[in-house]
Design a protein around this ligand. Structure first.
Ligand code: ADP
Ligand code: MG
Length: 323
């Protein structure tokens, strides 16, 4: 079983940022309104996530680290109708098989919390501990028992860049949730709860950045497209400031990038990628987001219509410029 978990870890856990992604999604699924992230040495030494979600009692906590122990699917019908982010029930089992893992958690109805320790898939113990309501998970020494994987990790700065990027994506996808990011003991972002999108963008970027963006607001029968677009002649030499969300989930799909290129191209932007924060809503049946365990790929049922809608939305936003 330890071997199976380690193999599963290869699918779920690629690098510190992928651990953070799984833990963050669990916190969201748990109904958290505040999620605090801390990393040390690019996440290689420590990744910790603390949330104020529903927490777990001792039995639930012990179950959560078993493979295929998901509390999110109770019947086969549920599989067809997934609303929560995680559902395969293998993230915690996989992550704890390739790290020194600590879980501290308490549900509101219990007085004492539970602490569970695992190292490289080996159960070290479970005891009562004082804890606020919610869950805290600490991952130390990722891949300490899988040298081949550890070697595969990039420089600290590269891993940190992935972590920051992931934090930014989640911060933009969930402006209503309070979030903080501490890197090597230094608070890098501390974003308040219940923010509006515009506040969140202002908080994440330098002063004056938000003021230069144009609002996007477009709807047809199938797509509702909102967000903010940078001016054509602005932007970076890469897509770092282009964020795309489909039904609230990050979706870096080629068809969307093509549409962005098309919309901006007619407005002189060779070699530049203006900042874009694009939120696209559509019928769930028009999009397939769960094609892979790491959920990176997105497929659209009607890519051509989607492209046209995005181009129209951007053209509309950009023509307001002179008015
Ligand atoms: P999945 O998310 O696919 O169900 P995971 O391995 O990520 O599988 O988590 C296993 C279970 O542990 C979840 O179904 C949930 O019941 C519980 N769990 C994990 N993280 C949290 C959390 N932050 N708060 C409350 N419960 C959690
Ligand atoms: Mg999960």
């Amino acid at each position: 079983d330890q071997v199976i978990n380690k193999i599963a870890a290869g699918e779920v856990v690629e690098r510190p940022a992928s651990v953070m992604k799984e833990l963050f999604e669990n916190s969201l699924d748990a109904g958290a309104t505040q999620v605090d992230v801390e990393v040390i040495r690019g996440g290689r030494q420590l990744i910790s996530i603390t949330d104020n979600g529903c927490g777990m009692n001792r039995d639930q906590a012990l179950l959560s680290i078993e493979r295929h122990a998901t509390s999110k699917i109770r019947s086969e019908a549920d599989i067809e109708n997934i609303h929560t982010l995680g559902f395969r029930g293998e993230a915690l089992a996989a992550i704890s098989s390739v790290s020194r893992f600590t879980l501290i958690t308490r549900p509101e109805e219990d007085l004492a919390g539970t602490e569970i320790q695992i190292a490289g898939g080996k159960f070290l113990g479970c005891e009562d501990i004082g804890s606020p309501v919610g869950t805290r998970i600490e991952i130390r020494n990722l891949f300490f028992n899988v040298p081949a994987r550890r070697k595969f990790l990039r420089a600290e700065q590269t891993e940190l860049a992935h972590i920051r990027q992931l934090f930014l994506v989640h911060a933009l996808a969930h402006p209503d949730i309070g979030m903080s990011l501490k890197v090597d003991e230094r608070m890098v972002h501390n974003l308040p709860m219940a923010g509006k999108m515009e506040d969140r963008i202002s908080e994440l970027y330098n002063h004056g950045f938000f003021e230069q963006l144009l609002p996007i607001d477009h709807a047809d029968e199938e797509y509702t497209i909102t967000g903010y677009a940078g001016l054509p002649q602005t932007g970076r030499k890469d897509r770092q400031d282009q964020y795309i969300f489909v039904n609230g989930r990050p979706a870096a799909a080629p068809v969307v990038y093509h549409a962005l290129n098309e919309a901006y191209h007619s407005l002189i932007t060779k070699g530049r990628y203006p900042a874009v924060f694009l939120f696209i809503e559509m019928e769930p049946s028009l999009v397939d987001v769960n094609v892979h365990p790491t959920k990176k790929e997105v497929r659209f049922r009607k890519p051509n219509q989607l492209r046209d809608a995005i181009v129209a939305a951007l053209n509309k936003a950009l023509t307001f410029q002179g008015e």
